[in-house]
Design a protein around this ligand. Structure first.
Ligand code: ARG
Length: 269
C-alpha cells in the first residue's frame, strides 16, 4: 500500500515537473501595433489557469484575452512558473503576470497592478474528519503552502515566520498533491482554487475551513512592471468589459452565481 502511494506521488511529481518544463503559449488577438507583450503565469491553479494540452485555459486566460482584445494589445500567455513570473515582470523580460495574483502593499513596492478583477481569501484544506475549526487549530500541524504566495504569508502569521512546520512548494498543484499523499496535514490556499479542487476530486475526501478572523479579504489584479505604460489601457479595458457584460459571461463559464461587479469596481486594495 505504502509503495503504491509512493509510486503515485512520484508519478504526480513527474507530471508537475513535466508541466513546468513545458513552456507553452497562447497566441493573441489584438490589433497588432507591432509590439507583442509576453504575460507569464503558473498554470496549476484551476479554475484560473491550468494546462489543457499545450494551451493555458481558465478564467484568467479568458479574461486576459478579453482585456487585451478590448485594449487592442497583442500578447502571448506563457506558463513560466510562479517565481520566474515574479522575477520576469520585475526585470521586464515579461510585460505582465496573470495568475490569480493578490494585490498586496508589499508587492506594490515593486510592481504595478491593474484594477482588481476578482475577490478572494485564504482557506484551510484538510482531510475530512480532521478536528479543525479555525486557523488556530493548525498550529503544530505540518502545513503545505505555495512558496511566496499570500497563503504562505497567512500560514506564517499563524505558525511563525519560516516555521519548520511549513512545507513550501513551487506550484499550487504540488501543495494539493502533498496533502493527498499525507506529506502535509493541511494546506492554506486560495478559496476558489480549493473549492474547485474539492469538487473535482471527491475521492480526496477533503474539507475546507474558512476563517475570517485570520484570513483577510484579497483581490486579484494583473501584475505589471512598475510604471507600466500599459496600465491605463488595461484598466480602461477591464472597466469596459465589466460594463458591457463580457466579464459576467466569462465569470459564468467558470463559476457559479453572478459576480459582484459593483464591489469589484469600488474596491481599493
Ligand atoms: N493569490 C495568491 C497570491 O497571490 C496565490 C496565487 C497563486 N497563483 C498561481 N497561479 N499558482 O499569492
Amino acid at each position: 500500500m505504502k509503495s503504491v502511494k509512493k509510486l503515485m506521488a512520484a508519478a504526480g511529481l513527474v507530471s508537475v515537473l513535466f508541466l513546468s518544463a513545458c513552456i507553452s503559449n497562447n497566441e493573441s488577438s489584438g490589433s497588432g501595433e507591432g509590439e507583442k507583450l509576453t504575460i507569464g503565469t503558473e498554470a496549476t491553479f484551476a479554475p484560473f489557469e491550468s494546462m489543457e494540452g499545450d494551451k493555458i485555459v481558465g478564467f484568467d486566460a479568458d479574461l486576459l484575452d478579453a482585456i487585451m482584445k478590448e485594449a487592442g494589445i497583442d500578447y502571448e500567455f506563457q506558463n513560466t512558473g510562479w517565481d520566474p513570473m515574479l522575477v520576469g515582470v520585475d526585470d521586464e523580460t515579461l510585460q505582465g503576470g496573470m495568475a490569480g495574483i493578490t494585490i498586496t502593499d508589499e508587492r506594490k513596492e515593486t510592481y504595478d497592478f491593474s484594477s482588481p478583477y476578482f475577490e478572494a481569501t485564504q482557506v484551510i484544506a484538510v482531510p475530512e474528519g480532521t478536528d479543525i475549526q479555525s486557523g488556530e487549530d493548525i498550529k503544530g500541524m505540518r502545513i503545505g503552502v505555495q512558496n511566496g504566495t499570500t497563503g504562505d504569508e497567512a500560514a506564517q502569521k499563524l505558525v511563525g515566520e519560516n516555521s519548520s512546520d511549513l512545507s513550501k512548494y513551487d506550484s499550487s498543484a504540488a501543495t494539493m498533491m502533498a496533502l493527498q499523499n499525507g506529506d502535509v496535514e493541511a494546506v492554506v490556499t486560495d478559496i476558489a482554487v480549493a473549492q474547485h479542487y474539492v469538487k473535482n476530486n471527491p475521492d480526496a475526501n477533503l474539507t475546507l475551513i474558512e476563517d475570517e478572523d485570520n484570513f483577510e479579504q484579497e483581490y486579484y489584479g494583473m501584475l505589471l512592471p512598475k510604471d507600466s505604460e500599459h496600465k491605463e489601457k488595461i484598466d480602461e479595458a477591464i472597466q469596459a468589459i465589466m460594463e458591457n457584460g463580457t466579464y459576467e459571461e466569462i465569470y459564468q463559464e467558470w463559476f457559479e452565481g453572478t459576480p459582484d461587479i459593483e464591489a469589484l469596481e469600488s474596491a481599493q486594495p
